[in-house]
Write a protein that binds this ligand. Structure first.
Ligand SMILES: [Zn+2]
Length: 214
């Protein structure tokens, strides 16, 4: 059995996901913990449930999805996964935080593992197929988990909305095309876990998403 637990962190109300199996293997997707109290919430959740953290995976490298990366990489000795087309944004993290006037305590590790689109990411019983969905960010990927019939889709689709495309590397038409090609080809009953806000379903968005229905 695979369980997905959602936490909401940082001033951007970002969704951080802990995905784990019954043998206590866990991965964290988009660690957004900004305050040390938020880091403690994740550390306590892992230790209280005796979970062993095996991977940090990023759907993309916008700052609100990686405030907690430095802490996790250091504490659990892990090299975060990221798709290569977002490496540049990741490496600009400090500069972007400065631009937004957001002080950071730790610089995230530069030791990254690149995601291969042709290979499943497998940690115990936690498996993800990966698809590249550019438009919100050039290297944005989504993580499809068959065991839970769901996709962790970062900032591509939101409940009856889509990710913003006014940030560097964003492209509105490309985002619409990639959602149609890579997300709307999933089964309609697939649950969509978003980078912000509530969950939705592929079938619901195919009918009700105002950006994709006209
Ligand atoms: Zn984003």
């Amino acid at each position: 059995m695979v369980t997905i637990k959602k936490f909401v962190f940082n001033p951007f109300s970002e969704n951080t996901y802990v995905v784990f199996d019954e043998n206590n293997t866990a991965v964290i997707i988009d660690p957004g913990m900004y305050y040390s109290a938020e880091e403690k919430i994740i550390d306590d959740f892992l230790s209280n449930n005796e979970l062993e953290l095996k991977a940090i995976i990023h759907t993309h490298s916008h700052l609100d999805h990686m405030f907690g990366t430095a802490h996790l990489a250091e504490k659990y000795q892990l090299s975060p996964y990221l798709f290569e087309k977002d490496f540049e944004t990741y490496k600009n993290f400090e500069r972007v935080c400065e631009m937004y006037g957001i002080p950071i305590r730790k610089k995230p590790t530069e030791n990254l593992q690149s995601i291969d689109l042709n290979k499943e990411l497998v940690f115990g019983q936690v498996n993800f197929k990966v698809r590249h969905v550019p438009g919100h960010a050039p290297g944005h990927i989504v993580l499809i988990n068959n065991a839970t019939n769901s996709v962790i889709n970062g900032d591509c689709l939101f409940y009856e909305s889509i990710g913003r495309t006014d940030l560097p590397g964003g492209n509105h038409n490309l985002l619409l095309d990639s959602i149609r090609k890579e997300l709307f080809t999933l089964p309609k009953e697939t649950k969509v876990y978003c980078g912000h806000g509530p969950e939705t379903f592929i079938g619901h968005e195919m009918v009700n998403n105002p950006f994709l229905n006209y």
